[in-house]
Design a protein around this ligand. Structure first.
Ligand code: HEM
Length: 410
């Protein structure tokens, strides 16, 4: 076995140690210095895989599905039953675009692309604003809040589940499931089963009484063969959206509240929300380590000799900060969209526009209404191998004199 192949034991850094590091960029740079653009890592302790760190190499993986497939049946690894990775990396019997390749992927992707491109943005913006205002109402009179637990997580879920026609109670139930699926506590497999049940009940209810929402668009699309495919596609869309949106909202809020270029403390160079969102996509991408592709044949990537059946994780955070694409000019990111935060190739995110709209309204609604001040600059990261967002974002502000709603806690 070559020293460029993952070894069965010892020495490999685990993905969660990268996302949990105090300064992730420094740790990634060290890994890159040691291994070049592709490094052996543990997906979780004892489960080997590759982390692709170079921008060109991540693009090659995303674009070449004939070599790097999404279908987990190509993975040679047998996960132990207690592993937290089953729901994300080796789910059994999922029938959706996320785990499909080639013609099957294109068939399942078509209704998703059509549903998102025909979404009414004015209606969507109104839905998102309603969700944001409702959540802010729940803590505005208090003068303090945790912007992750009480806002970012809930906005993301209620807004996306609202696009699919779920009500608020169903939205919170789905959010609890997603937290479990992404390894933030509880049993991920049980969480996925519960989410399937909630979603399939909703598909049946929408079939009986269609409305103007994404579920109804999916039901009427001829490309889906049955309700299971519709349900599994909804689950993946809701889950893919959730973690990304929470992370993007949280990182943008932190930037707006702490970076002197955005808070306006440095006279003359105050920058706006769109810039903060773009800079966040470059520097703190919502998915730091994107799961996963599986090599369908032996091949070389960078200096690494990949074996058929190996798992490959795309290091979006590392790739966006690859000195080969990042200029030294720190304002370089503005308007430059060559970051990989939405992916490229056949699986690239189909919901860039609604995603951006949602994050912008979520941050804007808060900042227009409350004079937020972070009350703790120490950050503890929520544990996940894939993404990195603060576990809490405690703020204080001048209390509003309004009647408080029941606090929105997940
Ligand atoms: C309304 C919100 C969103 C929805 C409904 C959504 C939905 C989806 C879906 C269904 C996929 C799977 C596509 C496929 O496999 O063909 C996907 C992929 C992806 N999305 Fe999104 N997404 C949302 C927001 C975001 C945001 C905010 C980001 C990050 C900035 C993001 C980044 C990605 C990435 C990186 C992929 C995977 C690309 C790959 O595997 O190569 N998404 N999204």
């Amino acid at each position: 076995m070559s020293d460029r192949e993952p070894q069965r034991s010892g020495g490999r850094v685990a993905l969660a140690d990268l996302t949990g590091a105090e300064d992730m960029a420094v740790v990634l740079r060290k890994l890159q210095d040691e291994w070049g653009p592709v490094a052996p890592v543990d997906l979780e302790p004892g489960v080997p895989g590759w982390l692709v760190l170079g921008h060109a190499e991540v693009m090659a993986v995303m674009r070449t599905e004939s070599v790097f497939a999404r279908d987990p049946r190509h993975w040679r690894e047998q996960l132990p039953p207690e592993s937290n990775l089953h729901a994300i990396l080796s789910p059994t019997g999922r029938r959706n675009l996320y785990f499909a390749d080639g013609a099957e992927h294109r068939r399942l992707r078509l209704p998703v692309d059509e549903a998102f491109s025909s979404m009414d943005e004015v209606r969507t913006a109104a839905l998102v604003r309603g969700v944001c205002d409702g959540l802010i109402d729940s803590f505005a009179a208090r003068g303090s809040a945790d912007l992750i637990g009480e806002y970012a997580a809930a906005v993301s879920f209620l807004a996306v589940s609202g696009m699919f026609g779920f009500d608020e109670e169903q939205g919170f139930a789905l959010l609890r499931c997603a937290m479990g699926i992404f390894g933030h506590g509880g049993d991920p497999v049980a969480a996925l089963e519960t989410m399937d049940r909630i979603v399939l009940d909703h598909v049946a209810a929408t079939r009986a009484q269609p409305g103007q929402n994404l579920t109804a668009r999916f039901i009427e699309h001829p490309a889906f063969e049955d309700d299971i495919e519709i349900g599994h596609t909804m689950v993946v869309a809701i889950c893919a959206a959730n973690e990304m949106l929470i992370t993007w909202i949280a990182a943008t809020l932190r930037r707006m509240l702490t970076d002197p270029r955005y808070t306006g403390r440095v006279t003359g160079v105050r920058r706006g929300l769109d810039d903060a969102m773009d800079e966040t996509l470059w520097r703190e991408p919502p998915v730091a380590n994107l799961p996963a592709r599986y090599a369908v044949m032996d091949c070389t990537l960078g200096e690494a000799r990949i074996k058929a059946g190996d798992a490959i994780v795309m290091g979006v955070a590392a790739a966006n900060n690859d000195p080969r694409v990042r200029a030294a000019d720190e304002l370089f990111e503005t308007g430059n969209q060559s970051h990989l935060s939405f992916g490229v190739g056949p699986h690239a995110c189909p919901a860039k526009r609604p995603g951006r709209l949602l994050v912008k309204i979520a941050v804007e609604s808060l900042m227009k209404r409350l004079d937020l001040r972070l009350t703790d600059s120490e950050v503890t990261w929520a544990p996940s191998p894939w993404s990195r967002y603060p576990a809490t974002l405690p703020v204080a502000f001048t209390p509003e004199r309004t009647a408080a709603r029941t606090p929105a806690r997940v």
